[in-house]
Design a protein around this ligand. Structure first.
Ligand SMILES: Cc1cc2nc3c(=O)[nH]c(=O)nc-3n(C[C@H](O)[C@H](O)[C@H](O)COP(=O)(O)O)c2cc1C
Length: 400
């Protein structure tokens, strides 16, 4: 019998397959840290499943031969409306955020770089000139201002401030152990799960030497000053009083009038306040179901927020995007673009930079297929008329 030609193909055809390969390759606790989620995982599930409630009514004749997927977000030209959402990638791949930034650049898109990224921002802006630096409200105003200045000096094109985090994970399926420091003791404890993933372990061997995942946050301190450990930073974050809208307005001023996004909006009143502080963009986001469990899927919240503020601010969405048709649904419901999180992390785990490019290609192809099927010439023509939306689909709260 002929060998299965797909058996060892590093290219994968869906994000689900990338996830399967990530699970196979990564040590259990690293994989679990990508699944993340909180409490019962209701929001995590709804983010993904809600897309399945929306249906298309495609044409079969009259498709356009040339279709334009390009757009601009936060002043950046994007070859298609998908950006990389900031994630604290940590130990998935030794090149981590640098590999992701290269993949995004190769596919003509922008990347949000997490405060908890494992590589210095200067290494990341060196390979992609469309980097948006993400901040949590952590430490003093002086600390925040210093991070903003470091990002500016490194060539970041914009700031993303992430507002939604309640420090309350409590997962029914259990949380992975993350060591305080990856030292000999920790390695010994993690050895059994790493030993059964030899391909992952080999990735960390460079020039005959074993390098170990560096669980520090090098972008929280001035350039050249060693960053705190992940837990040190997390502890300081927990101890920092959460920001007020006045704090966020102050932060916006520190950045000047350049691109500035507020990430984590679920309510209409908060969307309006993001406009009031002069933000350029907001992302309708529930942190990928990692924050307050029971928050509705972001795609359910998008239509009313887009209606309320879509003329005053660029409205993005993140949460649950696994296919190009999910991107198309978000655009049809009023998003200018989407950001993806787990999808590219699984691609990165499955096949490094090429895996992230693979995921971006799948999203592009899937989006293009929908634009074609609906007879449109451009992503800007997607609208609610393209969708069958169940009566009880949307959720809306925070009316003035
Ligand atoms: C493992 C993991 C780490 C994350 N770390 C951050 C972070 O450091 N900063 C941030 O703003 N959002 C973070 N997020 C949230 C993502 O930016 C994004 O909102 C979310 O992943 C979107 O949902 P999706 O994973 O279904 O695409 C993280 C998400 C995951 C899964």
């Amino acid at each position: 019998m002929a060998a299965n030609p797909w058996a060892r193909n590093p290219w994968f055809e869906t994000v689900t397959e990338a996830q399967r390969r990530a699970k196979k390759r990564l040590p259990k606790s690293v994989y679990a840290s990508l699944i993340a989620g909180t409490q019962a995982g209701v929001t995590l599930g709804d983010n993904v499943n809600a897309f399945g409630e929306l249906q298309w009514a495609p044409h079969v004749v009259g498709a356009q031969p040339d279709r334009d997927l390009s757009t601009s977000v936060l002043g950046q030209e994007l070859s298609f409306p998908v950006m990389i959402s900031p994630t604290g990638v940590q130990a998935v791949d030794p090149d981590g955020e640098v590999a992701v930034a290269r993949a995004a650049a190769a596919r003509g898109t922008a990347m949000g770089l997490s405060s908890f990224a494992s590589h210095p921002i200067e290494e990341v802006t060196a390979v992609n000139d469309k980097i948006l630096f993400q901040l949590y409200w952590l430490g003093s105003r002086e600390d925040m201002a210093a991070r903003v200045e470091r990002a500016r000096a490194a060539g970041a094109k914009g700031i993303i401030v992430t507002t939604d985090w309640v420090f309350n994970i409590g997962r029914d399926w259990g949380s992975p152990e993350i060591p305080e420091k990856v030292d000999f003791k920790a390695l010994l404890r993690l050895a059994p799960e790493i030993a059964v993933k030899p391909r992952y372990a080999l990735d960390w061997v460079k020039g005959g030497k074993v390098t170990i995942p560096d669980l520090t946050a090098p972008n929280l301190t001035p350039q050249g000053v060693p960053g705190p450990t992940f837990f040190g930073a997390y502890g300081e974050w927990m101890g920092t009083p959460p920001p007020t809208w006045e704090d966020l307005a102050w932060l916006r001023e520190q950045w000047g009038d350049g691109p500035f996004m507020v990430k984590g909006i679920t309510r209409l009143d908060d969307a309006k306040r993001a406009v009031d502080i002069g933000a350029t963009a907001l992302s309708v986001s529930n942190h990928g179901g990692n924050n307050l469990d029971g928050t509705p899927a972001t795609i359910r919240l998008l239509p009313d927020i887009a209606d309320a503020v879509g003329n005053d601010i660029e409205v993005l969405l993140d949460g649950g995007i696994r296919r190009g048709s999910d991107v198309a649904k978000a655009l049809a419901l009023g998003a200018r673009a989407v950001m993806v999180g787990r999808a590219y992390l699984w691609g990165l785990a499955a096949n490094g930079q090429a895996g992230v490019e693979n995921v971006l290609d799948l999203l592009r192809m899937g989006l293009d297929g929908v634009v074609m099927g609906l007879g449109h010439k451009s992503v800007h023509e997607l609208s609610r008329d393209d969708l069958i939306i169940p009566d009880d689909f949307t959720r809306s709260f925070g009316h003035a």
